[in-house]
Design a protein around this ligand. Sequence first.
Ligand SMILES: [Zn+2]
Ligand SMILES: [Zn+2]
Length: 402
Amino acid sequence: MDDLNDQINWLADKIYDELVLLRHTIHEQPELSSQEYKTAELVETVLNKWNIDYIRLSHSTAIIAKIKGNLDGNNCIGIRADMDALPIHEETGLNYASQVPGVMHACGHDIHIVNLLGTGYILSQLKNNFAGTVKLVFQPAEEIGGGAAEIIDYGVLENPQVTAFLAGHVAEEIKVGQVQVKAEEIMLASSRFDIKLSGRGGHASAPHRTDDIILAAAKLILELQCIPSRKINHIEPAVITVSSIHAGSRSNIMPQELVLTGTIRTQNNDLRREIHTYINDILTAQEIISGVQGGAVFKMGSGAVYNEPLLTAEFVSAAANIIGKHNVLLAKLPNNGSENFYHFAKRVPAVFFRLGVNPDPGQNREPLHSSKFIAADEALKTGVRVMTAAALAFLRKGPAMG
Ligand SMILES: [Zn+2]
Ligand SMILES: [Zn+2]
């Protein structure tokens, strides 16, 4: 460990209790996407207290703070945290559990906010030790695919120009104290579909006089599973999941309409459109064969989050230097989830890492988005150390790296 890492460790220890309190306060008052008002106010209060300059975007809860080092240099990097909670009723029984019925920080964004604040604090104390600028980006509405675009439109990537971006996300299957990363795609591309089937209804005792859209839906669901297995090279990751079906009212009535929704995940961004075409082809074929009319509406989600390989190597070395090599895990496969950090990562070389929050991954693995999901406070120790060390390493390397 070098001197700078000693200072980071010392400052992280010094601020830890305050960060835990902040995290509990945010966890107790979760706010849904685009409604992060109290959260943003708290972030502003803390930034003011620590004398960190920031701006709040107008008509928004987004906040961008800036910390400039006192040494000579113009490099600039960004670090992003998302702030929104989910419409889930918390059932953890924690003493700092949500006090808002039906809303919970079940995706760990409370940890993300405080990690970024803690990183800001440490960097603000180390201004004499680095050159360049770090922008801290507090993003609203990630869970509904929002926030990133308005922050980019505002111009976060310019003045000064950002040459690298960093973000982390909590992970329930990783031990607290550890981080995980991989070069290239780390989160998958997503899109969703809404399919409507319609046909003749009638009496359930005489299906031959109806179009039986229930049977058509059953065939369709099986047919959809043949897309990843038979239409796409099996080496190429692709997931199609039907996650809801709604139709019918009684056992003796054949419905006239059926609605089915689902999600698509791929590693290759363009593959989503190809899959949409296959789905449309299946619906057309089905209409010819059974008379059931089908229409699909597709909505593109985030593309795959791409970790720039050289920057990722820099992240791994900075993280290993501060938390130990054995605590920096390299993932072989991308995570199945998608993340709208994609919007930053497609414009600027970026690293998205996963942060362990589980004291005992062998036992308790309540997943993200579960009402019983718990993230250990100690993840803040790892988060602020790793993010600060990586930020300083990225600044030292500058734009040549990307
Ligand atoms: Zn989430
Ligand atoms: Zn999340």
